[in-house]
Design a binder for this molecule. Structure first.
Ligand code: B12
Length: 219
């Protein structure tokens, strides 16, 4: 689908949601439009405003009631608040750096690259160090670049003692950093301590880093 087709499809679906008074569908559509990287201005001018014009015409022609027109406007006001909230959250994340690395010897980094994309798109300053990063080098990097969180991924099994040493060494240099780890190599080997979270899937990462960074701010 081209960009213009995308906007057209969003506009038609959003208009229908307003006419049907379906607030949930309207919010989901605007979230999807934001995820599709349509700018706020484009969403306002090309999706929301034209939908409201149609609602106005339907009301003028007596096809929908005043109450339905009011409900459509109320839904739009909620959607505008949603846009503002999404911008605020992304803005807050911009002040935080997250470092990503695979431990020494680990060559599998596809999941870590997915994590990098997700964190970057969410507004974090995501710094990818890549495969096989020696523990000391990661600790030095953390001291110099002061990340709010460190994301680690391992596919090949990492012995629990090595996981502990890795986390302790980096923690020593950067006590405020939270750890978000994932991958089969870490599963069941991560110490259950505050400030360390394990994720099964990359979809969990933004929410987990949000929570970890917020908690670190209170420490
Ligand atoms: C591609 C690949 C490679 C590539 C990696 C290239 C690269 N740039 O990444 C190369 C060729 C280098 C490679 C090398 C090896 N590989 Co390999 N490889 C794979 C393969 C085919 C895909 C791995 C992958 O990218 N998966 C896709 C990602 C997205 O999924 P995932 O890693 O499972 O991650 C998910 C979750 O765990 C989580 N997650 C993971 N990390 C993180 C981190 C965070 C922060 C979060 C939030 C979430 C998260 O999110 C993902 C899904 O949501 C797998 C096959 C398989 N079944 O996985 C074998 C596989 C992993 N490899 C294997 C092996 C044996 C090897 C080698 C030893 C082969 C050899 N003899 O040289 C070497 C070891 C290299 C090393 N020391 O690391 C075995 C591992 C078996 C084991 N556990 O012991 C597998 C399973 C193949 C097999 N069936 O035997 N490999």
């Amino acid at each position: 689908m081209s960009g213009a087709d995308d906007i057209d499809a969003f506009r038609r679906a959003f208009t229908l949601a307003l006419i049907e008074g379906d607030a949930l569908a309207a919010e989901v559509l605007i979230r999807e439009a934001m995820d599709a990287k349509l700018t706020v201005a484009l969403i306002d001018d090309e999706i929301i405003a034209p939908a409201l014009y149609i609602v106005g015409e339907l009301w003028e022609q007596g096809n929908i009631s005043v109450a339905e027109e009011h409900l459509a406007t109320e839904i739009v006001v909620r959607v505008l608040a949603l846009q503002r909230e999404a911008r605020r959250v992304a803005g807050e994340r911009q002040g935080h750096r997250v470092v990503l690395a695979a431990p020494s010897g680990e060559q599998h980094v596809v999941a870590l690259r997915m994590v990098h994309n997700l964190l970057h798109d969410a507004g974090y300053e995501a710094v990818m160090l890549g495969a096989s990063v020696p523990t000391e080098a990661l600790a030095e990097f953390a001291i110099r670049h002061r990340p709010g969180a460190v994301c680690l991924s391992a596919t090949m099994p990492v012995p629990a003692a090595e996981v502990d040493l890795l986390i302790q060494t980096v923690h020593l240099g950067r006590p405020h950093a939270a750890f978000v780890v994932g991958g089969r190599g870490f599963a069941g080997r991560v110490p259950a301590r505050a400030g360390i979270a394990f994720c099964d899937r990359v979809t969990e990462v933004v929410e987990t880093v949000d929570a970890a960074v917020q908690r670190a701010q209170f420490n």
